[in-house]
Design a protein around this ligand. Structure first.
Ligand code: HXC
Length: 259
């Protein structure tokens, strides 16, 4: 349990809860604590899906600018490894994940949200990559993950200008996937993630890996990865459960065991 970030587990869902007033600024300690929570969520059998949540007011307003202000090139050349380590650990959790976004998701906060499989935002949420206004660029994967989500022209628009966009525009360009009333953000994220609790754990893991890793490869290599992952699922108990249940009871009724 970290000072600013904790993993709360209930009903099969792990919530990585950021709690560093006023803005959940991602200082070095917060980054380390997020990484620890992501590791724990990866390993725990009682976590089927993960929500990243910053509370009712704000998701995260980015890296801690006050901490970064005094850093030299060599300081950042070391610290950037931590930035990429925590974001990569989060993105590679082998379980479905959603960023539940209230208020601002800016800079590193937007990059954090993009490490999740999905983004669900409140109506008054605002997202952006305002690093350019500080004389820098996104440094925790933003130039790459934003481009992959919304395409190069829209990524350049946001990164070159640093402008904030509201939830409806983020939805229109594919940066967020669902918009709900502000006071329903966390409940809606829980409802969404609960659909994966009791799911075929290894098939979900394989699907995520095939899409995320395969998407970085040429088509032939991606198809080869899919072939291996697909065949490997025939070694799981859940695929017997799923197919037998279909034959006996019809579609969609399988009670998976996660093994
Ligand atoms: C440190 C921050 C902060 C940040 C806000 N604060 N954002 N401190 N780092 N990223 C602090 C303010 O200094 C202030 O402290 C308090 O939080 C409230 O902020 P205000 O500006 O007074 O509030 P408001 O007018 O409501 O504006 C909110 C805001 C604005 C729109 C979020 O604060 C803002 O633009 N913040 C910076 C956003 C940003 O540029 N993010 C990118 C960071 S670079 P006091 O003590 O005065 O109350 C980055 C690089 C990526 O993320 C690297 C990977 C992690």
């Amino acid at each position: 349990m970290g000072e600013f970030v904790r993993l709360e587990v209930a009903d099969g869902i792990g919530t990585i809860r950021l709690d560093r007033p006023k803005m959940n600024a991602l200082n070095l300690q917060v980054q380390t604590e997020i990484e620890e929570c992501a590791r724990e969520a990866t390993l725990r059998d009682d976590v089927a899906a993960v929500i990243v949540y910053g509370g009712e007011r704000v998701f995260a307003a980015g890296a801690d600018i006050k901490e970064m202000q005094s850093m030299s090139y060599t300081d950042m050349a070391v610290a950037v490894e931590g930035l990429h380590s925590f974001t990569t650990t989060l993105a590679r959790m082998p379980k479905p994940s959603v960023a539940a976004i209230t208020g601002y998701a800016l800079g590193g906060g937007c990059e954090l949200a993009m490490c999740c499989d999905f983004r669900l935002a409140g109506e008054s949420a605002q997202l952006g990559q305002p690093e350019i206004l500080l004389g820098i660029i996104p440094g925790a994967g933003g130039t790459q993950r934003l481009t992959r989500l919304v395409g190069p022209a829209k990524a350049k628009d946001l990164i070159f200008s640093g402008r904030f966009i509201k939830a409806d525009e983020a939805l229109a360009i594919g940066l967020v996937d669902r918009v709900v009333p502000d006071d329903q953000v966390y409940a809606a994220a829980r409802e969404w993630m609960s659909t994966f609790v009791g799911g075929p754990r290894f098939a979900l893991k394989a699907a995520k890996e095939a899409i995320d890793r395969g998407g970085e490869l040429d088509l032939d290599s991606g198809l080869a990865l899919e072939k291996s992952l697909f065949s490997a699922l025939f070694a799981t108990h859940d695929r017997f459960v799923g197919m037998e249940s279909f034959v006996v009871n019809g579609p969609g009724k399988a009670q998976f065991e996660g093994r």
